[in-house]
Design a protein around this ligand. Sequence first.
Ligand code: AMP
Ligand code: ZN
Length: 464
Amino acid sequence: MLRFYNTLRNKKEPFVPLHPEKALIYTCGPTVYDYNHIGNFRSYIFEDLLRRYLKFKGYQVTQVMNITDVDDKIIKASKAAGKDIGEYTRKYIDAFFADLDALRIERAEFYPRATEHIPQMVLLVKRLQEKGFAYTRENSVYFRLSDFPSYGKLSKIDLQGIKPGARIDLDEYGKEDVRDFVLWKGKKEGEPFWETELGPGRPGWHIECSAMSMHYLGESFDIHTGGVDLIFPHHENEIAQSEAATGRQFVRYWLHCRHLIVEGEKMSKSKGNYYTLRDLLEEGYEPQAIRYLLLSTHYRRQLNFTKEGLTQATHSLKNLGDFLLRLRQSKPVEGYNQALGKAAKEATAGMERALDDDLNISPALASLHQLVKEVNISLERGEVGEKNISEIRGALENFDRITGILPAVEEEPLDETIRKLIAERDAARQNKEYHKADLIREKLSRMGIILEDTRNGVRWKREP
Ligand code: AMP
Ligand code: ZN
C-alpha cells in the first residue's frame, strides 16, 4: 500500500485520493528572477519521482506548478537590468523549461503564471473580505491571523508570540515574524501594478498559490509539495487563506523535501558553493549524472552534494550504460533461466515495495543494482534465454519510467559527433580543464570510441 509522510500529521499515512484513481498535485515552482540552482532541482526531481510513481501505480495525475513571475526580488532585479518584469523573466522561464528537459523532469500538466491569474487572486481576496478575514490598511489588504484559530497546524508554530494586528507586507520575512500577512499590496511608485476591484496594486506571494491551485485543482485536492523552507510561513498562509475562504480542507497530504547542502554547508552565492545546473554542465558533468545524484537520496533526508558524489554518480551511470550495451549485444541461448526469471520479477517487486514506503529510493535503487549483478553473472556464463532478455528489459523499462535514470544506449555515433566531442576535449585540455576533458573521454568511451593521444594529435577508433 502506498504511503506518504504527511507533514500535517507528522507521520506516514496511506494515500487515499479524493477521487478514486486520480491524483491532484500542486507544487510550488520557481521564482523566475535567476537561473534555478541544484537545490531547486532536488525538489523538482523529488516531485518528478512522485508524479512518475503515481502514474506507474495507475493514477491519473494532474500536477500544477506555479511560476512566480512577480515579487519583490523580480521587481528589484528587473529595475536593476532596466527591463520590465515580463521581458526580464522571459529568459529565466525559458531557461527553467530547458533545464527541466535536460534533467528529464516530466512536464506537469499546468504551469500557471502569477501575472496571468490576477482575477482569480482578486476573487479570493474578495471572498476573504466578505467573510471578514481580511482588512485594508493604506491601500493594502491583510489577512487577520487571530480570526483563524487553527493557524499553525502544519508547522506546529506556537501562536502565543503573535501580536494581534502586527502586519508584514514583504514576500520574504523571518520565521519569527508570525503576523498578519499581506494578501494584496497597494500600488507603490515605480512598481508594476494591476487596476482591480481591490484598487491598484499587486498580489502577495501566498495568495498566488492558493488562488492558482484551487483554480486548477478544486477547493480541496490531494497533495501539495515544496521544500521544507516553505512550510512556514508560505504553506501555513496558503492553508489559512484557502480554508478561511472555502470552509473546507484545502490539502490532504503535505509532502516536503529537505534541503540540499553543498560540501557540508548551506549553499550561498557568497560562499562560492552555489551551483546552477548550467554551472555544472559547463564543467562537463552530464545532466543524467546530476539527476542520478539528486534522486538517489530519500527526499526527507538531507542531501550533501559534493563533486566527488557527482563523479561517483557518473561512474554508476557508466556501469549501467555498459550493462545495457552488453545486454543489447548478447546472443540469447536456448531455454529459460528460472532463477533469472525470478530475479527480474523480484527487481520490480522490490522497487515497488520500497517506493510504496514514502518513496524510499535507496532500496529501490539497490534492487536495480542487484538485478544488474545477477544478469551480468548469467551473461558471463551464457545462461540468458530469449524470454529472460525480454523480462529483464521489462524490469528495466519499469525502472526507467519511474526514475528516469537509465542512460540511453548510444546508437552508433556519427563521425561528425565524435569529431565535435574530440574538439571539445582538446579545448578543455588547452584550458587546463582536465576533469572536463576526462568526462568527455568517458562519454566517448560509452559510445564505444577509443581515443589515442599521439604526437600528431588525437586519433580515434571504434571498439572492435
Ligand atoms: P524558490 O524559487 O526559491 O521559491 O524555490 C523553488 C523550490 O525549490 C521550492 O520548493 C523550494 O522549497 C525549493 N528549494 C529551494 N532551495 C532548496 C534547497 N537548497 N534544497 C531543496 N529544495 C530547495
Ligand atoms: Zn507556493
